[in-house]
Design a protein around this ligand. Structure first.
Ligand SMILES: Cc1ncc(COP(=O)(O)O)c(C=O)c1O
Ligand SMILES: N[C@@H](CCCC[NH3+])C(=O)O
Length: 463
């Protein structure tokens, strides 16, 4: 298994993250437990920032995509790193506001922003609003009148560029629910010319997620510069910003490609600079929006094994206290993960049988959870030392799109999230309780009230 961030095996043979013994963390905070490694996040944030500063001669900003993982405490960390923050809903925006995140560094997304969400963003003085469609243009036009400073807008476009990734993670193709076509973008720019209180500053595009090839980013950079000039022509003023989204891939397992961040930064930069040079334009201000790249390797989930079942000749099931309620990506995308026994991290893993049928040979382990679904798989085909109830299993690379996509399916309380650093551990999110689960439940009046008709009343007796 690949080790990530500050992970190591300590003298007790336990997995350690951020200087904290995983066995102690599980005892102190319970399981399942999401552990976020602060140093892994900050290292990545700096690596990405430096890669773009080195590759791009103009102004460049890294905008952390909060959909990957966002809590009030985590927003503070994003702030402290000097990053911008992409929020894609009223809830994400609210979280940022509660954290005191500087509004001028917020980039507000959403493909169907409600009136209230737009109000909230404008009232907060959010630095940038990324507009998705013509109805939103009209809604903004109605809302902005009379406000002080002009709100900076970018138009999200569908660049029509395909990428190699899971079908559900592609967003930059023509057939997509996100953003404007080039013609619609021109129409939006023409409309916005007449709207006071807003300033159209540029364009946005996001190709999709978990993309390990630089080619499409170079193409994107070049195409977007051309469109920037085109749309600026309609708007009648220069457009100076390009936000080219996120999506750069991370390795989840040893088999996955681990493309250096530098390749992404260089590809984007090459595309933008070549087109700008060709068209005689100044290099635009560049924004990029990585989510998974910054958060995923910082996260590890700890599970307690409650039962072990062997299906002779097939596999071993390790049943944990997790499930797809807190780890949805396997069920949703067929995602692959690795794992390690956190309480016996230095025990050797013997190779699995290669069809020898040797009775001593161990079977691959399928780690599953508590949800009532056969697709409730957390890790499949794991090679582990002999596993037993009570063992603590650690699954790394779960910092992005795990807590963020967790639910209460089967009325399971969502796990706690703990931040670790230099031997200290403290909560980012407390564990949900059963009381939390029923907090919004109500009993409709007719179920609570006594029966409206007493038995026998109004019913004539049979003759
Ligand atoms: C507009 C936008 N920006 C950024 C991201 C972040 O993507 P990733 O976490 O793959 O970097 C997403 C999610 O796919 C997105 O929709
Ligand atoms: N949720 C995703 C991908 C989509 C990201 C947001 N557009 C994942 O887990 O990988």
């Amino acid at each position: 298994m690949r080790f990530h961030g500050t992970m190591r095996v300590n003298e007790a043979g336990h997995l350690e993250i951020g200087g904290c013994d995983a066995v102690d963390l599980a005892e102190r905070f319970g399981t399942p437990l999401y552990v976020m490694d602060e140093e892994a996040f900050t290292r990545r944030a700096r690596e990405v920032t430096e890669a773009f500063q080195a590759a791009y001669p103009g102004e460049a900003h890294v905008v952390y995509a909060g959909k990957a993982f966002l809590t009030v405490g985590f927003a503070r960390l994003v702030e402290a790193e000097g990053l911008f923050l992409d929020v894609a809903s009223g809830g994400e925006l609210y979280t940022a506001r509660v954290a005191g995140f500087p509004p001028e560094r917020l980039v507000v997304h959403g493909n169907n922003k409600s009136h209230e969400e737009l109000e909230m963003a404008l009232a907060a003085g959010a630095g940038r609003l990324v507009v998705d469609n013509l109805s939103e243009v009209e809604r903004i036009a109605r809302l902005v009148g009379g406000r002080g400073a002009a709100t900076r807008l970018l138009l999200r476009v569908r660049p029509g560029i395909g990428v190699h990734t899971h079908d559900h993670m592609r967003t930059g193709q023509e057939d997509s629910k996100f953003g404007f076509s080039p013609d619609e973008a021109r129409e939006a720019a023409a409309r916005l010319r007449a709207v006071p209180g807003v300033e159209l500053v540029g364009l946005h595009a996001h190709l999709g997620s978990q993309i390990a090839e630089p080619g499409p980013y170079e193409l994107l950079g070049a195409r977007m510069v051309e469109w920037l000039r085109d749309v600026a022509g309609v708007y009648g003023r220069p457009l100076t910003e390009l936000d080219l989204g996120g999506g750069w891939a991370v390795p989840y397992t040893e088999q996955d490609p681990a493309p250096p961040v530098r390749l992404w930064a260089e590809a984007v930069s090459r595309g933008v600079l070549a087109a700008a040079g060709r068209l005689g334009m100044r290099a635009p201000r560049l924004l990029v929006e990585p989510g998974r790249l910054l958060a995923s390797e910082a996260g590890t989930t700890l599970y307690r094994v409650g039962a072990v079942k062997e299906i002779p000749g097939t596999r071993t099931y390790a049943v944990t206290d997790g499930g797809l309620y807190e780890s949805l990506r396997v069920a949703l995308y067929g995602a692959a993960y690795e794992g390690i026994l956190a309480n016996r991290a230095n025990e050797p893993v013997h190779p699995m049988p290669s069809g020898s049928g040797h009775p001593a040979a161990r079977l691959p382990v399928r780690v599953v959870g508590k949800n009532c679904e056969s697709g409730d798989i957390l890790v499949d085909g794991l090679e582990l030392p002999p596993i037993a109830p009570g063992d603590l299993l650690a699954v790394p690379v779960t910092g992005a799109y795990h807590y963020a996509m967790a639910s209460n399916y089967n009325r399971l309380p969502r796990p706690a999230v703990v931040l670790v650093r230099d031997g200290a551990a403290d909560l980012l999110v407390g564990r949900e309780t059963y009381e939390d689960l029923v907090r919004h439940d109500r009993i409709p009046a007719w179920l609570a009230a006594p029966a409206a008709v007493a038995p026998g009343e109004g019913v004539s007796s049979p003759p």
